[in-house]
Design a protein around this ligand. Structure first.
Ligand SMILES: C[S@@+](CC[C@H](N)C(=O)[O-])C[C@H]1O[C@@H](n2cnc3c(N)ncnc32)[C@H](O)[C@@H]1O
Length: 361
């Protein structure tokens, strides 16, 4: 067949995952949307996907356990949820997606009951990448979800919050979404160690290992334990089998302190905000959350305050509730860090600052 008319071979899902990982791009057919004040944003399909299809990469900085610990010390809670820890080749690693680079992988929400995708690690040029693959067919309009792993994620419980009638707000737009229950507890199955070798039509040339965490290491009631993790090892040109070790666990960080005594998945206790914030006025993405009220922001891009060190952002009025700000810089209570930025680094406060204050909290 002549070169010009040779039909391009459809890429296998893992090959596609490599391609998108290398290009640092998201695939067409998916979009981010604001869902509700409780859930924040999510990712939705605008096309049909088949079981096994590559969907998205959870893109961010690939960092070591030590760097992850360091960033956790300075990040606000609202940013820590974007840190995805996982074990790879026996090492604890983290993909830090706290910086909003516009990628969709960081916006995919949890569903432990009926998720439609699963996170796998693929190796590209020697480095692990976290990629989501469909576990069933997905229709246009469906939200993409995966199981964050066994943990007491607050949204998983079923306790209804009691709202005083006097504080009820009439908001026709968000009413239906906000009747979502507030979740405070979850039932967690005890972890067991199991290793399965599975084969799936699309990935027949790779071995997939499923490992659920060892109970001796994890307290299942508090840990973001691993579940259904799969590893696909690849390089740019070739799919390789890699059976020497397996991915033990992966999950977005749920407010963890990582140190040797507490296991990897112990919850944070008494972690103080140590960032001496250096705030500047900044245009904030319409879908980002204020670190203080974790609340909604304006429908359009808004002007708020952003810390240059930890990248948290706030409504100005929210920030001022807890911090001092002279219009140029600010500091948090607990820190020994000196901010050494020059005056040129600060954007003066302007009238346009906090134009979205109406949407506070
Ligand atoms: C990695 S972020 C996902 C994107 C997030 N929804 C946003 O708007 O930025 C993880 C955070 O999303 C929220 N989230 C994820 N799954 C959720 C769910 N099923 N219900 C409610 N909130 C959820 C929680 O606030 C969680 O800390």
């Amino acid at each position: 067949m002549a070169e010009g008319v040779r039909r391009r071979r459809k890429l296998k899902p893992v090959e596609e995952a490599i391609q998108f990982s290398l290009e640092q791009k998201d695939k067409n057919g998916l979009e981010g949307r604001f869902i509700s004040h409780l859930k924040g944003r999510g990712v939705f399909s605008c096309t049909d996907f088949e079981k096994g299809d590559f969907l998205l990469e959870y893109r961010g900085d690939l960092i070591s356990k030590e760097e992850c610990e360091r960033r956790q010390r300075i990040y606000h809670d609202a940013l820590k949820v974007f840190m995805f820890e996982f074990r790879y080749n026996g090492k604890l690693l983290c993909v830090d997606a706290a910086r909003d680079d516009g990628s969709l992988g960081r916006l995919v929400n949890d569903d432990h009951i009926n998720p439609n995708s699963r996170m796998k690690t693929i190796r590209v040029d020697g480095k692990p990448h976290l990629c989501l693959f469909a576990t069933r067919s997905i229709c246009p309009g469906e939200e993409i979800t995966y199981d964050y792993g066994d943990s007491e994620w607050p949204w998983r419980c079923t306790t209804l919050s009691v709202v005083e009638p006097s504080t009820l707000e009439v908001n026709t737009l968000s009413q239906s979404e906000d009747t979502d229950v507030e979740k405070t507890l979850s039932v967690v199955e005890p972890s067991t160690l199991e290793v399965n070798t599975l084969s799936e039509s699309e990935d027949t040339d790779v071995e997939k290992l499923k490992v659920v965490s060892d109970q001796s290491v994890l307290d299942s009631s508090i840990c973001a334990a691993s579940e259904g993790l799969e590893k696909v090892t690849l390089n740019k040109d070739q799919l390789l089998l890699d059976d020497q070790d397996c991915v033990e666990k992966m999950s977005p960080v749920k407010e963890h302190v990582l140190n040797e005594e507490q296991s990897f998945c112990a919850p944070v206790e008494g972690v103080k905000e140590v960032c001496r914030h250096v705030v500047v006025t900044s245009a904030i993405s319409s879908m980002d959350k204020c670190a203080e009220c974790v609340g909604p922001v304006a429908a359009l891009k808004w002007i708020g305050l952003r810390c240059k060190l930890c990248s948290s952002f706030w409504h100005k009025s929210c920030y001022l509730k807890r911090h001092e700000w002279d219009g140029r810089r600010s500091s948090c209570e607990v820190s020994s860090e000196e901010d050494e930025l020059s005056d040129e680094d600060y954007i003066p406060q302007s009238e346009s600052d906090h134009q979205s204050d109406s949407s506070d909290g």
